[in-house]
Design a binder for this molecule. Sequence first.
Ligand code: AMP
Length: 282
Amino acid sequence: MTAPILRSRAELRGMTRPWRLAGDTIGVVPTMGALHDGHLSLVAAAKQTCDRVIVTIFVNPRQFGSPEDLANYPRTETSDAAKLARFDVDAIYVPDGDEMYPDGFATTVSVTGLTEVMDGIHRPGHFEGVATVVAKLFAQTSATDAFFGEKDFQQLQVVRRMARDLDIGVTVHGCPTIREIDGLAMSSRNLLLSDRARVTAPVLLEQMQALADAAIEGRDYAAAQRASIRALERAGFTGVDYLEMRANDDLSLLTAPMRPARLFAAAWLAGVRLIDNIAVEG
Ligand code: AMP
């Protein structure tokens, strides 16, 4: 059944009021739309866990660094709603910019530490935008649970920290990354890749795996890291923002997997920035 599309906070409050009174658990799946099977896996997890499920679609201007990137971001609301139909979600919340950031809006949620590495450096202001909109979506939806992908592992940890620090009573669930058959992590941005770039894109995961294997086997990590970056450049990646191993919990830099660790990468291919991460485990 097609879920109702709600565009205002007032409609959303009206819809959730009886759920809250009944003590239902409410799961929220925040997205920016252009839904793919990665997003839908979060929806499935939410349906399994919660009495009620709200999917939000909002291309949040505050988490984009450049106006071109925001303008180019794919928007596919009709097909998104069609994809959600088979999941029988309770509501799709699609606020517009004014609903989310009315005149006079002046508050920013800022998480320190976790945001001072990787995308926090390469995308200044990005995580403030994310933490602010997620805090608002949690409040607006009356969520008890929220579902985020490990695909954006740094974001997942930032959201967890924010919810804990601000005593927001939402349980944040992390869900595994869903990949294409050739290993490329599903992403709305993959739609922006040319056919040629799409063929090259899986090299990112191959090189992350090669570096993770070197770390697990105790080989010269710095040399393996340099070799992987060179291999990416040879394959056609035009810039590697980072390719590094970090601890799961506090994202501190590691050169050996002494603690539970992940390999993180962000790299540019034909004008599209791809990000990915994998667990480093033997
Ligand atoms: P986005 O629409 O890109 O903001 O993503 C919305 C949510 O879907 C975030 O929690 C992402 O981490 C998650 N997500 C995006 N791609 C994937 C994927 N390939 N597998 C699992 N979750 C994903």
